[in-house]
Design a protein around this ligand. Sequence first.
Ligand code: SF4
Ligand code: SF4
Ligand code: SF4
Length: 286
Amino acid sequence: MAVNYSELKAGGFMRQKQKNCFSMRLATTGGQVSAKELAAIMEVANTYGHGYIHLTSRQGIEIPFIQLKDIEAVKETLAKGGARNGVCGPRVRTITACQGNETCPNGCIATQPIAKELAERYFGKELPHKFKFGVTGCQNNCLKAEENDLGIKGGIQVTWKEEDCISCGVCVKACRKGAITLEDGKITVDYEKCNNCGRCFFACPTSAYAGEQGYMLSFGGLFGNTITKGEPMVPFIKDHDTLLRVCDACINWFKDNAKPSERFYFTIQRVGKDSLEKALKEAYNG
Ligand code: SF4
Ligand code: SF4
Ligand code: SF4
């Protein structure tokens, strides 16, 4: 029987150099894999692979040396642990994320619930080419948001409150953008210089900064044969519904405008940034 390699690839089975061998990609979200899934993955690697896994650069797990004849048995074994095969080819790929503010003290947003929601909404969606989302919790950018087709970075929009300030100067030292100055006992914040890192908000001993959590998005990042940093195209997003509307608009614009096998960055270059910005801003404005 003829082997349908495209179908196998769509299901995360990538052909190896070795005949009839596949590296099996698993579905993961935000770099988190449960102990139960790991046990099933270990069983598959030991029984059907060569006893090891490969951790990919985008928080994925691949099990090399799976034979064509074992694919169904592999899927069944993985399913026992709640693990499943991933995707490859022209569709929405693994949603990556850092740990976010659920565990990281620097985090401005909860990245993991966002990654899970994006995965439920888009993972595996058919598109003209691959499409990558990455979610990072703050300006430290451990997840490198701008490498992704759509990068999401958490931030805090701060407002200084004079009535709560004791002029200690801690926030001046905390700010890496030189946005805060203290003169004659009075703080001045240059909001134009502020990058919403939230460091003053976290550092102030008297909570003299009000802070609103939100998202800073970048579009069109690429880190392969062509290397380019995703660009911001919408203002700071303060609510979850707007975030999802803008993500939907972005995916739909790509689907409607890209040629087959054209990455998002090149579609933006060919069709024009104005067209994408218009679609994103409409979604942003609701
Ligand atoms: S990007 Fe920020 S929130 Fe995420 S792990 Fe790094 S420091 Fe923590
Ligand atoms: S949020 Fe960050 S950049 Fe903005 S004023 Fe505070 S410390 Fe400075
Ligand atoms: S850290 Fe807080 S209390 Fe201290 S100078 Fe800054 S705003 Fe005022």
